[in-house]
Design a protein around this ligand. Structure first.
Ligand code: WTA
Length: 658
């Protein structure tokens, strides 16, 4: 399934073979916020002064007395003694400065044309502040306060932003779960975090069809006695059952709530949110971010990496349920007073030109999306973007997985008209903000490389002994603390240390990615070094999928691997030993995983086999399975308990192929 690049194919091929580099266009560089290369030297000579200069742009109720306390690594304290509120920084201060009528979000419904005026809402800073304060008062009225955890499981609606900021206003910790995850995944994340309240919607619209959310949530609420209330946004008018005393409709509760809510002044190190992400075990990790440092990190990176100016219309196409949504739809853009777009639906609904229509409609100037989406658009063909005037675009961004040069060049030529710089931004849920990325007015880009660390950030590549590799491939680490770094794994402090800070010492953050550094010092991310696979930019743990499969009584054993995939970057293949007959089990198991975890985890292939290749001590050899799937030479298999198994698995893999 080679993506086509009709029309421009010839041009792209030429570019691909010249290994061209792209300096910032002259006009762009002249006008860029960051266009003095000494910014790197200054920031790296005195990182604390650099980050402090960004923190000072925020509004503090009490100033901080120390920039960084790194006396007990990896326990970092940033902006010690300072007090502030994230919602005040995202909303009140802009309204107070006279920007109340400025649009914070142009919200575009999936079915915008059918909804009339309601389908395209311009939510101003004043309106978002009103919604946020009212929701914060609803939370307080049902007994949610500082330090309590609130779950948020919503479609892409302005209410999702207000729900997050409403939590921040009163010091409650939000725990957002991506709307595409299953109710079972929500249950697990609510249980791990002891959530007190859950915000959801009656249903979410998918390709014109309402998919029930509240009815699915009802099934888990009974198993979550600590969740005392459920607030329901009425998105689709599906009239879900409401339990008296427990469930409230968002619009009713907000209409009755007081419009003003005094913000809780939080310590700089008080938690702002937790966000679960997959690790190398079956149990997701609750990444904890705090207030002052996180806001500083996202403000600085959003301003400089996206060169954000007052007249920009910025659109990050991620979902709010991922860290990209947290940092670059909600906190970064709002702290910077940006005008953004939020689009509710799929890029190809009702047609493949939906995104380009939105860019034209709102005059989007900065567009940020994931390589997997770029590859899908590339496959759908150039005729869709060509139908629209995309001349408002001036900067393009990519995030979530390595972008292949062909997709990079297509993005640049077909979407960016050859004139827009591309910022390929490498970072993680744990880093909170962009770590390695070009600055568009300064950095010469190379297709496929995230280029160099952001000013103040220090990244290195180490070998297994911890020696630095100046040029070549190895293990990527970050060797200096930064303000938006994760502070902990929620309720799993030991696991935090073990996962990230044990390998090379307590002051060296182990990223979990392998990378290569070239002769110019540019970083090229190669992929994960752990059992995490990246499907369409979504992190999934092979262990999580395996334990889900074996929870099905028809499965005796399962081994899950990631294989390269043209469209999704990686795809999931599961090898399963059935309990009893494996007849017709493939489809059933694919659906089972989709239902238990979410559609994003649905394996591309299930291979039913009688046995799996194991070492003499009984460990499944996943590496061998990866070689089988890749059709590679298998080498020495004599260390296996039963070498014959391999031939059987090879045959099954070939027989059951599509
Ligand atoms: C991968 C998403 C290459 C990487 C912001 C990382 C990338 C993981 C890039 C984090 C990029 C993210 N180039 N790989 N530009 N961006 N990754 O936590 O493997 O969902 O460790 O954060 O995605 O995924 P997460």
């Amino acid at each position: 399934m080679e993506p086509t690049d009709k029309g421009r194919g010839g041009e792209l091929d030429v570019l691909l073979h010249t290994e061209q580099t792209f300096p910032p266009p002259k006009g762009f560089a002249e006008r860029a916020i960051a266009n003095d290369p000494s910014i790197y030297e200054r920031a790296n000579a005195d990182p604390e002064a650099w980050w402090s200069s960004w923190a000072e742009k925020l509004e503090w109720a009490e100033p901080f007395s120390q920039v960084l306390d790194w006396s007990d690594p990896p326990r970092a304290k940033w902006f010690v003694g300072g007090k502030l509120n994230a919602s005040v920084n995202c909303l009140d201060r802009h309204v107070a400065a006279g920007a109340g009528d400025r649009v914070a979000f142009h919200w575009e419904a999936e079915n915008a044309d059918d909804l009339g005026a309601e389908g395209r809402r311009g939510v101003t800073y004043a309106e978002l502040l009103d919604m946020t304060q009212r929701f914060a008062n609803v939370l307080r009225s049902v007994g949610v306060g500082k330090g309590d955890v609130v779950g948020i499981y919503l479609p892409m609606l302005p209410e999702a932003v207000a729900a997050m900021l409403g939590c921040a206003r009163i010091g409650a910790i939000h725990n957002v779960v991506f709307g595409g995850f299953s109710a079972e995944s929500v249950r697990e994340r609510m249980e791990f975090s002891d959530a007190k309240l859950l915000v959801t919607a009656d249903a979410t619209l998918r390709r014109g069809e309402p998919i029930p959310m509240k009815p699915a949530v009802d099934g888990i609420l009974t198993a979550l006695p600590k969740v005392e209330h459920c607030v329901v946004v009425d998105r689709c008018g599906t009239k879900p059952a409401m339990t008296e005393g427990r469930d409230l409709f968002w619009h009713e509760a907000l209409a009755e709530a007081e419009p003003v809510c005094e913000p809780e002044q939080m310590d700089s190190e008080d938690p702002l949110y937790i966000l679960y992400t997959s690790g190398s075990t079956g149990k997701p990790k609750g990444i904890l971010h705090t207030t002052g440092g996180y806001l500083t990190g996202v403000t600085a990176t959003h301003r400089l990496v996206f060169d954000l100016k007052d007249d920009d219309v910025y659109w990050c196409g991620a979902d709010i349920g991922w860290v990209t949504g947290h940092s670059y739809i909600v906190y970064g853009p709002l702290a910077n007073g940006a005008t953004s777009v939020i689009y509710e639906g799929a890029p190809n609904y009702p047609a493949e030109d939906r995104w380009w229509e939105i860019i034209e409609r709102y005059g989007v100037s900065i567009f940020y999306t994931a390589p997997t989406a770029i590859r899908a658009c590339m496959k759908w063909g150039d005729e869709h973007p060509e139908k629209h005037d995309l001349s408002s675009l001036r900067l393009l961004g990519s995030v979530g997985e390595p972008i292949n040069p062909r997709a990079w060049l297509w993005y640049r030529e077909v979407i960016g008209g050859g004139r827009c710089p591309i910022v390929d931004t490498w970072w993680q849920t744990e880093t909170g903000a962009i770590m390695i990325s070009p600055l568009p007015g300064l950095t010469t880009t190379k297709p496929g490389s995230a280029t160099i660390p952001f000013p103040g950030i220090e990244a290195k590549i180490l070998d297994s002994e911890g020696e630095e590799i100046e040029e070549g491939a190895g293990i990527l680490v970050l060797t200096r603390p930064w303000p938006s770094m994760a502070r902990d794994l929620y309720k799993e402090s030991d696991r935090f240390i073990e996962t990230y800070w044990d390998r090379y010492g307590r002051d060296t953050y182990l990223v979990g990615d392998a990378a290569r550094r070239d002769e110019d010092g540019y970083f090229w991310i190669v992929g994960r070094i752990d059992d995490v696979i990246n499907v369409s930019g979504h992190r999934l743990s092979t262990m999580e999928v395996e334990s889900t499969l074996v929870s099905n009584p028809k499965v005796a054993e399962a081994a899950v691997i990631g294989i390269p995939d043209e469209m999704t970057g990686q795809a999931i293949v599961a090898f399963c030993i059935p309990q009893g007959s494996g007849e017709g089990l493939e489809g059933e198991l694919r659906e089972y995983v989709a239902e238990k975890i979410g559609k994003l985890a649905r394996p591309k292939r299930i291979v039913i086999c009688d046995d799996l290749p194991k070492t003499r001590s009984g460990k499944i050899m996943r590496r061998l399975l990866r070689d089988i799937a890749a059709g590679e030479h298998l080498g020495d298999v004599t260390t296996l308990r039963d070498p014959d198994v391999v031939q059987d698995v090879v045959r099954r893999f070939a027989d059951q192929g599509d």
